[in-house]
Design a protein around this ligand. Structure first.
Ligand code: AR6
Length: 179
């Protein structure tokens, strides 16, 4: 685990399962249907239980689908986290399809909606770097830059931001950014 302080906000890097995090909100790398899936999305729905899917269904009934880069919030159900923030990262298509901006939007809009709910601690997975195929180093730079800029320029409530990675290789990539 690594911790650094940026503008009064603690940044934590950790390897592990995000569903176990004791934070106000964990972020889900979802898809536009919000109906669950594999990867971190599947793990969150399994661990959090049916209450999360119920709220996702209500959201989809009212908005149709969640656009890439946007974020919505539901209960955390049985999770230790009170909330789950669901966002949709871009599918990697070679880098010329606005992927970087859309990935940045996913982090930014997650932070923004969390702020509206008074959330002080949030944990992010490495959005888009699994099934969606976003190159991990590029994704980690965008994640880090977007969150640091948010904390420097717009932060009101956040005291802790966690990046939860799932492999030693991913940990190494993020650690290079932290140092
Ligand atoms: N805790 C933390 N990180 C995890 C966990 C976990 N429990 N499980 C996986 N990861 P992915 P995407 C990491 O594929 O690329 C789903 O089916 C994983 O190693 O979950 O944004 C959705 O429904 C990787 O680094 O999300 C969408 O259809 C990262 O989480 C689609 O996949 C993201 O991998 C979204 O694809």
């Amino acid at each position: 685990m690594r911790k650094i302080l940026i503008d009064g906000c603690e940044f934590v890097l950790k390897k592990g399962d995000i569903t176990l995090e004791e934070v106000d909100a964990i972020v889900n790398a979802a898809n536009s249907s919000l109906m669950g899936g594999g990867g971190v999305d599947g793990a969150i729905h399994r661990a959090g239980g049916g209450a999360i899917l119920e709220e996702c269904k209500k959201i989809i009934n009212s908005i149709g689908s969640l656009d890439t880069g946007k974020a919505v919030i539901t209960t955390g159900g049985n999770l230790k986290a009170k909330y789950v923030i669901h966002t949709v990262g871009p599918v990697w298509r070679g880098g010329s399809k606005n992927e970087e901006k859309l990935l940045s939007d996913a982090y930014y809009n997650s932070l923004k909606i969390g702020e509206q709910y008074g959330i002080q601690s949030v944990a992010f997975p490495s959005i888009s770097t699994g099934v969606y195929g976003y190159p991990k180093e590029k994704a980690s730079k965008t994640a880090h830059k977007t969150v640091v800029e948010y904390i420097r320029n717009e932060n009101k409530n956040y005291k802790t931001i966690c990046f939860i990675v799932f492999s030693d290789g991913d940990y190494q990539i993020y650690e290079n950014l932290f140092s």
